[in-house]
Write a protein that binds this ligand. Structure first.
Ligand SMILES: Cc1cc2nc3c(=O)[nH]c(=O)nc-3n(C[C@H](O)[C@H](O)[C@H](O)COP(=O)(O)OP(=O)(O)OC[C@H]3O[C@@H](n4cnc5c(N)ncnc54)[C@H](O)[C@@H]3O)c2cc1C
Length: 403
């Protein structure tokens, strides 16, 4: 009988769950263990995001983000339909409010065409009103196939499918580190937890906000470091739930990898605005100030962060007072949906983005994957990595399989 190949996947976020499932779907003789430090899947980024299935408008053509997003959309859509995960192709407009933004919008349109995003169209003011009667702008880009989805539900379905095919999940099991083992014919790796140590032929680390720490504890480079950026959301009062038909986004500021405060329909029917992007005092603190001393000290000790801060401090100081204020969010959204100007609502959860930063303080744009012996480390997987998760899984397992 063929010897089983032993695989470990670290992290049951959406990427780890997709990777674990992908291994079993490709390898009949694989013995796969998924390690997760929390007691459930999707406890961090996968369960605290905008819930948008991006179509691939913004990304540098040829980048991993661009190619894996497009492939990810079709894999995700099929899997969601098969598993009956809530999904709604509600469409999206990106709205330009002045001439500078119109120029940027044209550049996004060019990228979207280069990335093969289907059925996109540039609209004038009247065209925009035809799609979103309450939106106001001088031009817009319409992406009719951008969608919303229940990402926690999808992650649960990936884990359930993995288990149904013989996969093993170890919740509440934080991986301390991974040791490289050089063998005469091939490398292996030892995964250490507080209770045991196990040898594997292949390990794939999808640790999101903890990616740099787990890599450093495993003897790999600490850089790129993870700098956490929180994004607060507000849910508007029910009377506003039908103010928009789909998703309405501003034109993003090209200086930052974040898309700006957008108006998002939620898969449960509510209307949400957010997320902003501000440096987080902790990697996993979702309430109050969410202050974590070790996380804050780690950011302060990162020389790259001070270079980033020097370039961005003035903007940060300007933004700080409104960071958790619904008035600020509503005013931002009312720039392109004026009927929201008087809206009220309540603060919803926040999400914390794992944004990788280089030593020189620049933010890493594309997905980053490093190989060290028998282990692959996902070092940067920001948005649109939820959309792209099933394609990232194909890509990672393909690297190990030599494809
Ligand atoms: C505010 C916000 C909005 C976003 N909006 C969108 C969107 O609309 N569309 C989109 O496509 N993307 C969006 N994203 C990005 C998307 O959510 C992430 O790219 C995606 O969730 C990354 O998945 P992941 O599996 O790498 O990370 P995570 O979902 O964070 O999962 C990592 C997992 O690893 C576990 N882990 C960490 N360390 C260890 C350890 N030592 N041992 C065991 N387990 C460990 C963690 O507990 C966690 O469960 C958004 C992100 C945020 C924060």
């Amino acid at each position: 009988m063929a010897k089983k190949t032993r695989w470990a996947v670290i992290g049951a976020g959406i990427i780890g769950a997709a990777v674990a499932r992908e291994i079993l779907s490709r390898h009949e003789f694989a013995d796969v263990t998924l390690f997760e430090k929390e007691d459930r899947p999707a406890a961090h980024q996968a369960g605290h995001n905008s819930g948008v299935v991006h179509a691939g408008l913004y990304y540098e053509p040829g980048s991993l983000k661009a190619t894996l997003c497009r492939r990810g959309v079709s894999l995700l859509t099929d899997f969601a339909a098969e598993q009956e995960v809530a999904f709604d192709e509600c469409g999206k407009v990106v709205v330009a409010t002045d001439d500078v933004e119109v120029e940027r919008l044209r550049a996004i349109h060019d990228r979207a065409l280069a990335n093969g995003v289907p059925d996109i169209a540039l609209l004038d003011r009247d065209g925009l009103r035809g799609i979103e009667p309450n939106a106001e702008g001088v031009a817009a880009l319409h992406s009719p196939h951008t969608a919303i989805i229940d990402y926690p539900g999808l992650t649960d379905a990936l884990v359930a499918d993995f288990r149904a095919h013989g996969g093993r999940v170890r919740f509440s099991t934080p991986v301390k580190n991974i040791d490289r083992r050089g063998g005469p014919t091939r490398d292996t790796a030892i995964v250490r937890t507080p209770v045991d140590a196990q040898e594997f032929d292949h390990v794939i680390v999808c640790a999101g906000l903890q990616a740099d720490r787990l890599a450093a504890r495993s003897g790999e480079s600490r850089t790129p470091t993870v700098v956490p950026f929180f994004g607060q959301y507000f849910i508007l009062d029910e009377g506003y739930s039908d103010a928009v038909n789909g998703l309405i986004y501003p034109v993003p500021d090209p200086k930052y990898p974040f898309l700006g405060v957008h108006v998002t329909r939620r898969i449960d029917g509510g209307l949400m605005i957010g997320p902003n992007a501000f440096l987080s005092f902790s990697r996993e603190g979702y309430r109050g100030l969410g202050l974590s001393i070790p996380d804050s000290l780690a950011v302060a000790a990162d020389p790259g962060f001070w270079r980033f801060a020097a370039a961005n401090m003035a903007t940060a100081a300007r933004e700080l007072p409104g960071v958790l204020s619904i008035e600020r969010f509503v005013a931002e959204a009312a720039r392109y949906v004026p009927s929201l100007a008087a809206a009220d609502g309540h603060r919803a959860t926040r999400g914390i983005r794992a944004q990788a930063m280089n030593r020189d303080g620049t933010l890493v744009d594309d997905f980053v994957i490093d190989r060290a012996g028998a282990t692959l480390f996902v070092r940067n997987s920001p948005s649109p990595a939820a959309t792209s998760a099933l394609a990232i899984a194909e890509h990672l397992v393909g690297i190990i399989d030599g494809r």
